[in-house]
Design a protein. Structure first.
Length: 366
């Protein structure tokens, strides 16, 4: 299929990879963005993969919590422009939607849309939403919501509604200190974007997939491979003349230089990566390489599991788990983070790309 320049640009913004690498990834995966991101990760080329996915749409995330702090709702409603997202009429409307969800039980979005609107009892939620679209003058989408109930729930809104977080905890004696600690954890979630509460929450399939990705990305990043493996690849490339004469000459001149890879062409590096991947099965059994992979995997899991992350407000590098345990001990109660919900405005959506000058000219009939 044809890959547009816009798609390539989007993937580059998602991953930080080069334009040509992004184009190749999209070509290899028939334009599937998720598959293209995974392709780049395995090649070790995705330097800044964002869980948010494609360019964010505008809108707002809002939260509502019951008076007893036991039930909370988070909702995302999208708009076409940031101007509308900051409009008080719009934000009040989103808050009203969240309040209605928090006060009732809806199995899904279809059931919510079909319900009687609290804003206008003579209309359904869907009908009232259509009226709000007409009033504001641009398309609005009630994209998603989630309702949480537990011993105690707190919320945190970041950047004026760009990111919203709910945190649920098991606690036998919730007080202001516990709620403050949960708010701190919510801020951590907003900033660090974990995927799980603790490593036990990861499935075996997920862990296996992540390990395979790290194996592939490590083999493609040949400069960082253990010396015995790297030397084996270099010797094979030279002895079998898999490189061109210029790269072989550069290698002979700089082989003892720790910056050797700065003198090799991209083609030469690609040959090394290809050789490494061709021998993947053997290298996976190599104890030195296995140690490298295990180290990178542990670091990766520490980054995506909330309890294992370094608590951002700590001065002594304690983990979030240690922070939560210290708060429980100080307050003499049971206190454990059970779950969290994190919404970021426009996750996975593509922002409409408009030429403002062209639009003005069009309106003026030019």
């Amino acid at each position: 299929m044809a890959i547009s320049a816009s798609d390539v640009k989007t993937l580059r913004e998602m991953t930080g990879a080069g334009m040509m690498d992004c184009k190749k990834a999209l070509t290899e995966t028939d334009g599937d963005f998720d598959a293209a991101v995974e392709f780049l990760r395995k090649k070790g080329l995705a330097t800044a993969v964002k869980k948010a996915g494609r360019i964010a749409a505008e809108g707002v995330v809002s939260t509502v919590i019951s008076d007893d702090d036991k039930t909370a709702t988070i909702i995302e409603v999208n708009s076409e422009t940031d101007f509308v997202a900051k409009n008080e009429t719009f934000t009040d409307y989103v808050k009203a939607l969240a309040t209605q969800i928090n006060n009732n039980d809806y199995a899904n979005m279809d059931e919510f849309n079909a319900a009687q609107s609290d804003v206008n009892p003579d209309a359904t939620v869907a009908d009232q939403h259509a009226a709000m679209i007409a009033k504001i003058g641009e398309n609005l989408t009630i994209r998603r919501f989630e309702k949480v109930t537990g011993d105690v729930v707190v919320s945190y809104i970041h950047m004026g509604g760009k990111i919203g977080v709910l945190v649920k905890a098991a606690c036998d004696a919730p007080n202001d200190n516990i709620k403050e600690a949960m708010k701190n954890v919510a801020m951590q979630i907003a900033a660090m974007n974990p995927q799980f509460v603790k490593d036990e929450d990861m499935t075996a399939d997920f862990m296996a997939k992540e390990k395979d990705t790290i194996v592939d990305s490590s083999l493609n990043d040949t400069a960082s491979l253990p010396k015995p493996i790297l030397n084996e690849l270099l010797n094979k490339a030279v002895s079998e003349k898999l490189w061109n004469d210029e790269d072989i000459k550069a290698y002979e001149a700089e082989k003892n230089n720790k910056f050797l890879f700065n003198f090799l062409s991209d083609e030469a590096k690609a040959v090394l990566a290809g050789l490494a991947m061709d021998n993947k099965a053997a290298y996976v059994e190599n104890k030195i390489f296995a140690g490298l992979v295990d180290g990178r995997l542990k670091k990766h899991f520490k980054e995506i599991c909330l309890m294992d992350q370094t608590y951002v407000k700590a001065e002594d590098k304690e983990s979030v788990k240690q922070y939560v345990e210290s708060v429980a001990k100080a307050n003499g109660c049971k206190f454990e983070i059970e779950s969290f919900v994190r919404f970021e405005t426009g996750e996975g959506l593509e922002k409409k790309n408009e030429d403002f000058a062209a639009e003005v000219a069009k309106q003026m009939g030019q």
